[in-house]
Design a protein around this ligand. Sequence first.
Ligand code: PLP
Length: 412
Amino acid sequence: MYDVEEIRHHFPILERRIGDRRLVYLDNAATSQKPRQVIEALTDYYEHHNANIHRGVHHLAEEATVAYEAARRKIAHFLDTPDTAGLVFTRGTTEAINLVAYAWGRKFLREGDEVVITEAEHHSNLVPWQLAAQATGAKLRFIPILEDGTLDMEEAERLIGARTRLVGCIHASNVLATINPVERLAELAHENDALMLVDGAQSAPHLPVSVEALGCDFFACSGHKMLGPTGVGVLWGKPEILEEMDPFLGGGEMIREVHLDHSTWNDLPYKFEAGTMNVAQAVGLGAAVDYLESLGMENVREHERRLGEYAYRRLSEIEDLTLYGPKRERTGIVSFSLPDVHPHDLSQLLDEEGIAIRSGHHCTQPLMRRLGVAATARASFYVYNTEEEIDALASAIVRAREFFGAFSGAKP
Ligand code: PLP
């Protein structure tokens, strides 16, 4: 049984107080909190095993290498891929997508080629492609979103065609809570001999993910959003495609032989892991994945689906409040705004009650323009959040609305 009270005991930070209030942490889409199991894995690594990996033959170097490679296998299992050769450690989703945009994009994109992404991408799946397009003469095309925040799939079918070389899409939106039909986009991409990249920053932490079942060629996610440490994430890519790509960063470990005038590359995935990696963080991410698997990703999804629906219902009862994104099939995120109240002011007022939410453009400025707003407020839930916390959020928003209404002269 999914016991949220027991789960909360695993997260020391949830005992914190902000002023005289209990912390209500609802900024999980930005970064999640860490269970004791992950914190202890980091401490244990540094207290007992720390060394540089792959290069040393001494005892600690062996242990550190074993721990790092064990983490790789755990994450490959978590993403349902048998092959660890395709599982590259990166700093996170941003670096993973940049890796593809440089190492694949610079090598294979040509003038006249098209990269198709969506209007709702996080900047990390937009700006790297803008840079790749500038460098190669390729063009970017954008799948629009419909009024309810879902993708316009009819337009997607029109846009993805003979010129398309790669389709890139967020699996789940960090603003709208939409879960996108990336499997269908992958089919469309492959029918046109294009590749499919899935930005899984907001899906891997929250939904059962199988890169095989998604049918994608690349999948990126960030450890810090899935109970793991900062500074580590992964790029999964089909090994045969990674093999054809140029290296991303040059240096130690990614080489096989180095001569003064040329070098040859190491086997996968090491070809893409130049220099000393974030070893402790990778081990910590392995512990995070163990923890999520002990909860069961189906249970995590069900818990967050319930919280997302409950929050959507509670917040839609608040007068004048606008909610963004589809009504159903949501992840555990709610983005909202109140007329005449800047989301920053709203989140500051909520902070005084110990409630941490996010306000801003959420690194999706084109999406904000599409929604006709400069910013939204966003509450995002995870394994340890409760309905009582959502009640606290809803009551605090009602009080904030009254507070700002009194100043603006608008009806409270
Ligand atoms: N993609 C999405 C959908 C995100 O929500 C985020 C982070 O908020 C990112 C990419 C970037 O992740 P990171 O900053 O961990 O690289």
